[in-house]
Design a protein around this ligand. Structure first.
Ligand SMILES: Cc1cc2nc3c(=O)[nH]c(=O)nc-3n(C[C@H](O)[C@H](O)[C@H](O)COP(=O)(O)O)c2cc1C
Length: 420
């Protein structure tokens, strides 16, 4: 059934007559606060936190507030069309779900719950390289519904090739290469807790389901062992047991083989490649015919490089302020990047999207589409798959109403004149 913003709005009000309230708070701050009550301290900290003093996170919101929408009237907005075509696929709205790792921290169904909500709303899901559930399992849920794969360029070209082939094999229609996380940012809140989920074997399902990665575990690797060796005490023993539970295969087999710990060590050692340069992109081009989308572009000169090196799309993003503290907000970076790209390839955007009006502003500044990040993780924590579905429908409704009330009937009519 075709989505309608007014139907969504009516449903919420009419449900209220019989005493039923929305599953998740509509307000972005209340959503986060409610999720905080459901999440462990470690999980909330990992999801909500950013780099350093978190000034980039603050800037992401302030950046949106610096632009204001100027509504227009008497323009017959009774019919509205929010559809678009992106990389040859037709989408019913300009929203995608950003790649977010370690979702098992938010809900036991993790990426599966996201896949179900994405399918029910026909919203593209970008599988994270750090997912808690393998891409193949999620793709089986999504079937024909659009899904992309996000890649972290590991130390091993063989692993990169294998991940990309698997993505093609399970029906992904684009590869997103995240460029802003060749090293992990200085994440104050996580450092205070001395907590990193990957060391507990969380968020490494794309690796443990990969034949090339599993083969690599057979290789001797002393440096990795040193990096993750810990003191033996009740806490570290509990972590080891948890790791053996979560790891594919039998619990006892995992405990006796020590494979889970080997996998974590190997992952820590190879997960990213700080030496990567523009020249490496040719390797990826050689190994996939899918569109290649570069995530984490903020400078117009990098946007020009992306064009020069044959990218098919870019995502303007500062990783939700998790990488560089005191960085430019994504929405502030967008206009110059859009200008540099000059409509040659789609420019997507994320970092700070907290509702339909934010998406409207991003599109008015030249974005083709936007990715929802943390809010869907909070919705997942509160109400699982249904929570995410509600969140997406709320964003779509909010966006469509904002568009109509600004006098726009379709995405093509949204432009910089809509803002001041
Ligand atoms: C908990 C968490 C995990 C993330 N994991 C990934 C990831 O695996 N790959 C990636 O490219 N980006 C990842 N991101 C960044 C998101 O894709 C997106 O850029 C960011 O969430 C946007 O900022 P916002 O959530 O504040 O809107 C992650 C973000 C969060 C909050």
């Amino acid at each position: 059934m075709k989505f309608s913003a007014t139907d969504r709005q009516k449903t919420l009000y009419i449900n209220g007559l019989s005493g039923s309230k929305p599953l998740i708070p509509i307000d972005a701050n209340k959503l986060r606060e409610t999720a905080k009550e459901r999440l462990s301290t470690e999980a909330y900290t990992y999801i909500a936190g950013g780099a350093g003093r978190e000034d980039t996170m603050t800037a992401n919101r302030q950046g949106f507030n610096q632009w204001q929408i100027v509504p227009r009237v008497l323009n017959d907005v009774s019919e509205r069309n929010t559809s678009l075509n992106l990389f040859g696929q037709s989408l019913n709205s300009p929203f995608l779900l950003a790649p977010i790792g370690v979702l098992e921290m938010a809900h036991r169904n993790a990426d599966r719950a996201v896949a179900q909500a994405a399918k029910n709303t026909a919203t593209p899901m970008i599988f994270s390289n750090q997912a808690s559930i393998s891409m193949e399992s999620c793709a089986r849920i999504l079937e024909e519904s659009p899904h992309w794969f996000q890649l972290y360029w590991s130390q091993s070209d063989e692993l990169v090739k294998s991940l990309v082939k698997r993505a093609e094999g399970c029906g992904c229609t684009a590869i997103v290469v995240t460029l802003d996380t060749t090293l992990l940012g200085w994440r104050s809140r996580d450092l205070d807790l001395a907590y990193l989920p990957f060391l507990e074997g969380k968020g490494i399902a794309q690796y443990t389901s990969d034949p090339v990665f599993m083969q690599m575990l057979e290789e001797k690797d002393d440096t990795a062992a040193k990096q993750t060796s810990r003191n033996i005490n009740p806490t570290s023993l509990a972590a080891l047991v948890g790791l053996a539970w979560r790891f594919p295969g039998s619990f006892l087999g995992n405990l006796s083989s020590g494979t889970p710990l080997k996998a974590v060590r190997k992952f820590v050692n190879i997960y990213s490649r700080p030496s990567i340069t523009w020249e490496n992109l040719a390797f990826l081009r050689q190994h996939t015919s899918l569109p290649i989308i570069l995530k984490g572009i903020l400078h117009p000169d990098d946007a020009l490089k992306a064009l020069q090196y044959g990218a098919d799309g870019i995502i303007v993003s500062n990783h939700g302020g998790r990488q560089v503290d005191g960085a430019i907000s994504a929405i502030a970076a967008l206009p110059d990047v859009v200008k540099a790209i000059n409509r040659k390839i789609p420019v997507l955007m994320d970092s700070g999207i907290r509702g339909g009006a934010d998406a409207f502003k991003a599109l008015a500044l030249g974005a083709t589409a936007v990715c929802i990040g943390r809010p869907y993780v909070y919705a997942l924590a509160i109400a699982g798959s249904e929570g995410i579905e509600e969140l997406i429908n709320n964003y779509k409704a909010d966006f469509e109403l904002t568009m109509a009330l600004t006098g726009c009937k379709s995405l093509e009519e949204i432009n910089k004149n809509c803002l001041t």
